[in-house]
Write a protein that binds this ligand. Structure first.
Ligand code: NAP
Ligand code: MG
Length: 491
């Protein structure tokens, strides 16, 4: 009997989309950004500035202040004063009004924020426009709603604010991570000192402008830019009550050691190595889209990226063929072009990390596949990459690469794939693709992951808690669970 040919789209032809670049004419960027302390932009006591560049062109976007210990001290003092004199005395309803105002202002300026996010970080405009910025606004809306309902959220527990929250964010979702942290802190009645990542500080500084415009009392939110050292000054400051950190597991461990034995509360959102699991009864075309979205979305700069793929043996050939076909159609290039699927790698340093892992994968004996694709001459780029013939012990299967690199293995049984999926130091997220609801429930209870997506991947909602197990951290952000770490309770 002739083999049934399934209908596949022919991606092999030479046609291309016409360029559709987003305009940058409407954005306002200063040449130089100072620190945002006590409601004003102030010159750094360090006297130092560093450059933030556009990783797609390697051109400088702005100079940004580098906060030293004295600058962090000034920011913490301002936050303490604002907490004692104003913010802790306001009713929840009044706090909520300010947070709603921030949410609305983000929506009003969404297009400007999206463009700046893509310029500073390299992510495709389609993602910053449709995901990062709308979700950031949604988090402020969501937590604004809780500000005057804390007693209902935690009945009979007498929730109280903590004081000053020190918050440190990574470069992969700069604005969204700032929203994840600032919105619940303010709703719970705390004041904030936030440090964005060195390579992507601009949207946090634009958020500082919004905070001024929203008329928040001076010192309620302070934004100090700088390198890792600035972050460690926040972590080690005696007058900070809570550390909220999102970043690598390595830095998370340093922070946990630094605050051990102190009264500081902590939430740690760290690295991941998610397993995306495709069963033979899965809707294959949707699953292939989910794989693509899971690992190539945002250049794989996603803590919960589906960086390990487990395919049930009986559908391996068809999944691989469709996956390779689909990869061939991905557009790598100008982040400002609305057709772009994979933008620029965030920094030269991260480019080297990813390139090194690709070399390691080859050396370990895995087989590499990269579709042919033209890439710009300037800037930092990696084509979508997959590895087959991967062993469970290979470094590309165990370590976080944080780039568009997928490690693929097969499995036969549920218990085999569970053992493989759980066999990493991480436990942030996972994906399951199957037609059977019972299989989904079985898998979700046995996968050691904070988030398990079923027949979808990389979906976020402000009402839904997010966080990991094992070396992926502790504590949750989002939902009611994300409010709790910013509160203390009598009962
Ligand atoms: P990173 O190197 O750990 O940096 C994160 C933040 O910490 C940056 O602002 C960094 O400043 C700062 N920092 C560095 N050293 C510090 C220290 N000793 N004390 C205090 N702060 C310090 O991580 P990244 O490369 O920016 O981000 C990628 C990582 O974030 C990945 O591992 C990813 O999985 C993780 N991530 C996790 C989640 C989650 O929710 N679980 C979400 C997003 C990202 P500089 O950048 O200026 O050095
Ligand atoms: Mg930059």
């Amino acid at each position: 009997m002739a083999k049934k040919k399934d209908i596949a789209i022919d991606y092999s032809s030479d046609w291309n989309f016409a360029p559709a670049p987003e305009s940058t004419a409407h954005i306002k960027l200063k040449k130089k950004y100072d620190l945002f302390i006590d409601g004003k932009f102030v010159k750094p006591k360090s006297g130092k500035y560093f450059e933030t560049i556009n990783p797609a062109t390697e051109e400088k976007l702005a100079d940004v202040a580098e906060a030293n210990k004295a600058d962090v001290d000034a920011a913490v003092k301002a936050a303490r004063k604002a907490y004692d004199n104003e913010w802790s005395k306001l009713s929840g309803k009044e706090r909520g009004k300010y947070i709603y105002r921030i949410a609305r202002l983000i929506q009003e300026k969404a297009r400007e924020f999206a463009v700046i996010e893509s310029l500073d970080g390299g992510k495709p405009i389609r993602e910053s426009r449709d995901i990062d910025i709308p979700l950031a606004a949604a988090h402020f809306f969501y937590y604004a709603g809780w500000a005057d309902k804390l007693e209902y959220a935690f009945p009979n527990r007498k929730p109280q604010s903590l004081g000053v929250a020190g918050q440190i964010t990574p470069w992969n979702f700069p604005m969204l991570m700032a929203a994840w942290k600032i919105a619940p802190a303010l709703a719970a009645g705390n004041t904030v000192v936030l440090k964005p990542a060195e390579t992507t500080p601009l949207t946090a500084l634009k958020l500082a402008e919004i905070i001024q415009e929203a008329g928040l009392p001076d010192g309620v939110v302070n934004i100090v830019t700088g390198y890792g050292e600035t972050g460690s000054h926040i972590v080690n400051h005696k007058d900070v009550d809570k550390i909220a950190f999102t970043g690598s597991t390595g830095v998370g461990k340093i922070i946990m050691k630094a605050i051990a034995g102190t009264n500081k509360k902590s939430t740690m959102e760290l690295g991941g190595k998610a397993a995306n699991i495709i069963f033979e009864d899965a809707p294959i075309d949707q699953a292939v889209e989910g794989i693509i979205n899971g690992i190539f979305f945002n250049q794989g700069h996603v803590c919960c990226a589906g960086s390990r793929l487990y395919i049930q043996e009986s559908v391996y050939d068809i999944v691989m063929r469709k996956l390779k076909d689909r990869m061939q159609a991905l557009v790598v290039g100008d982040p400002m072009d609305k057709n772009t699927d994979i933008g620029a790698i965030n920094s030269k340093k991260q480019l080297k990390v990813i390139e090194d892992y690709i070399k390691i994968g080859k050396k370990e004996g895995a087989t590499v596949y990269q579709p042919k694709c033209a890439m710009p001459k300037k800037g930092y780029w990696v084509p979508p990459t997959l590895f087959t013939d991967v062993a469970q012990s290979n470094r590309i299967s165990q370590e976080e690469i944080f780039g568009p690199v997928l490690a693929i293995q097969t499995f036969r049984t549920v218990s085999e794939v569970l053992a493989k999926a759980n066999n990493t130091p991480f436990g942030l997220s996972a994906g399951v693709w199957t037609d059977k609801g019972s299989k989904i429930f079985n898998m979700t209870t046995k996968l050691n992951a904070g988030i398990v997506w079923a027949n979808t991947f990389n979906k976020f909602d402000p009402a839904s808690p997010f966080g990991g197990y094992k070396e992926s951290g502790h504590g949750r952000e989002g939902g009611l669970h994300g409010l709790e770490p910013y509160l203390k309770f009598d009962a």
